[in-house]
Ligand binder design. Sequence first.
Ligand code: HT7
Ligand code: ZN
Length: 877
Amino acid sequence: PPVTRLSDYQPPEFLIDDVSLRLELDAEQTAVDAELSLRRNPAATRGNGDLRLDGEHLALEAISLNGRALTPAEYQLEDDHLLVHRVPDRCRLQTRVRINPAENTALEGLYVSGGMLCTQCEAEGFRRITYFLDRPDVMARFRVSLVADPARYPVLLSNGNPAGEETLADGRRCVHWEDPFPKPSYLFAIVAGDLVAVEDRFTTASGRAIPLCIYVEPGNEDKCDHAMRSLIKAMRWDEERYGREYDLDVFNIVAVSHFNMGAMENKGLNVFNAKYILARPETATDADFAGIEGVVAHEYFHNWTGNRITCRDWFQLSLKEGLTVYRDQEFSADMGSRGVKRIEDVRLLRARQFPEDSGPMAHPVRPDSYIEINNFYTATVYEKGAEVVRMQANLLGPERFRKATDLYFERFDGQAVTTDDFVACMEEGGGIDLTQFRRWYSQAGTPQLDCEDDYDAATGTYRLEVRQHTPSTPGQPEKQPLHIPLALGLVDAEGRDMPVQLAGESQPPAPGTRILALRQPVERFEILGCATRPVPSLLRGFSAPVQLCYPYTEEQLSFLMAHDSDGFNRWDAAQTLAQRVLLAMVDDATTAVPASFLDAFREALQDETADPALLAEVLTLPSEGYLGEQMTVVDVDGIHRVRQALAAAIGSGLAAELQAVYARTRSEEGFDLSHAAMGRRALGNLCLAYLVRAGDAQGLEQAQRQFDGQANMTDVIAALRTLLEAPDAETAAAGEQALAGFYERWADEPLVLDKWFALQAQSSRPDTLARVERLLEHPAFSLTNPNRVRALIGAFASGNPVRFHAADGGGYRFLGDRILELDPLNPQIASRLLYPMTRWRRYDAGRQQQMRAQLERILEVEGLSNDVYEVVSKSLE
Ligand code: HT7
Ligand code: ZN
């Protein structure tokens, strides 16, 4: 398959100013009439005069230019494009095509989800709807008419503003929409269905009242409150923080049950995976509620960062995604706890992006080539991209960052631009030079910072030396030094911040954090006026997406865990401490836990003033996946064994403390979604899990009671999970019974049923693979529903390291089989499921060989999608 390269970018030969679309909607055969007003692009080099339009899976029925039907000699039809020979510099091209939404299991273009018709056009789905210049730097004004049987499809939606409707002679309804803002085709959307609207309104800063509608399938109206509240908060926040007001007369959201990703920011018509809209306390966990708030905000924020200003080409994807993730992270930080949000975001970055950056698919935030763009909606483009924006925001400070974003919106509104254009605004608005900083966009790999220090008691001087090194990545053997902001605090023996006075400065600053700029491969800093040897608190707040190495002693880590004024570093110290203990236990093949570790946990548990949410983060052990990443060769079984052992040791060694905290978190009445209440539930459930892991009789009883109480999904799922994982057979049997009851109760709620599948797929019981195989046959399982596939196959392959990586290779064979079944149905989903096998080099020889065998077997199959081909071939290189 062809490789697309950033260096080959050429502006489009033609532009499209206006598009008129008329869709006669039908599940099996939809007719699409398109009229494009085309004009030669003065900024492009002239080709041979032919017009090349993208188009796939389309049956062309008619074509005319400036009102005259074309003869077959005047155009050429290929599998993936249409060539119209020798078109004039300005023209009107009309086409009529037919498509079959019901056959579209790839969920790109127009497809059927339940009883509705909907679209997904990013990145290149619009070419499955009509012939078009399907690239983001072609921005057109769209007018859309939707024709349908009103009994089947009473609701007909598209982008922009409503523009009238009529009933046709044959009884069908025709509804018109007009979007006044030119947009690329990837932001086009339509939805048709028998849907109900949950309505509210938002009054903008300038006083315009905007009706807000969330459309859902009947029966789900009572699950939209949280999404609506999140939307309204996001609209207000974007006005206050960025001065960005909503621009259309209406804003619509639709929840659909078949969706490849989380949601899509189509102009004025956001389409969501139902998982990110529908929630009631009985059906959704606190994590689900938080996910909804974040994703609703993210899609809304795209209206300015993505839609009004879009990407010139798909290599610039992080222009909109990195910036919008940064914006949604900041929004969630403002809505809840900033400290906890930062921890969650870094946990995700380390769990997903760091491994990606050191694996076969490593790529820069702005990739320079791809086979299939859908494979580049990655943690690097999204989460590392957000970190790169965050570093710029921190370098500028809030006022200058706002000035720089104002400049960005003013200068590029209505245009398709590059990440370089964004950085230029940061430079100009912020008055700083980001020449070296730009390498963050072009260089792949996670930089490693090796820190060494010494202290001269005689002069009170503390010296810190920092070396940066970025390991090579595929296609980038040599790396350049990056501009890295390193946030440093120095903590004295009493746990107080010291002033960080750099050599050459005449006055000590106020005690607290200083940002050191690293630019050279080795940087040395001299800090004056340190009366005692400080404990360095490095990379506070995770000031850069790097791997930090400093030879902390265990005492220093316990000290920072208890005293660092930076909440993030208190958490990080706890994580490092736990990681050290766990990896040492693996190395020593022991299950004995050092008493000092339990002491540190005890001290943390006894701090009644701590924020429960933060405490829950501090007391959560690093995941098996993350621990594996820290080893030269992943010891799957060793990690699982010691993590279980440590959890049991915590549960038995600190039973009284855990019970006390559990009781404290339970003492509140009622349910609410405040940060405090969610924090209490998180902490209480963590304590319960430790107790049950240790076989604590009281804990087991409490878990059973908590499950039986059915108070809210957070507590129910937490209790059920602990029961299923309980070490003794009797409780595990009770867990099975609870699981059956759970199914009975929620059989008609697809999103809850996904949890039922995922719980079983993630069970560490030895027979899990057999169970997962049985569940493939369950009447509620379907390979054409991505949420269900992720719940069963994804949860097993990516969320159950010890069973997926079983030494007999059963997990690998299972995944290989599923990929081959899924690829013809939905290549995007197949390709994403492959991820855990792309990490094969990290495992022992036996597992390596078995994973490679599966990858090679997949690669041999004829007719593989580009999506799967790219990931498999690159992993084997
Ligand atoms: N911008 C959206 C990306 C997206 C997508 C990409 C490829 C295939 C299907 C897709 N669905 C949504 C989501 C976002 O980042 O906001
Ligand atoms: Zn996005």
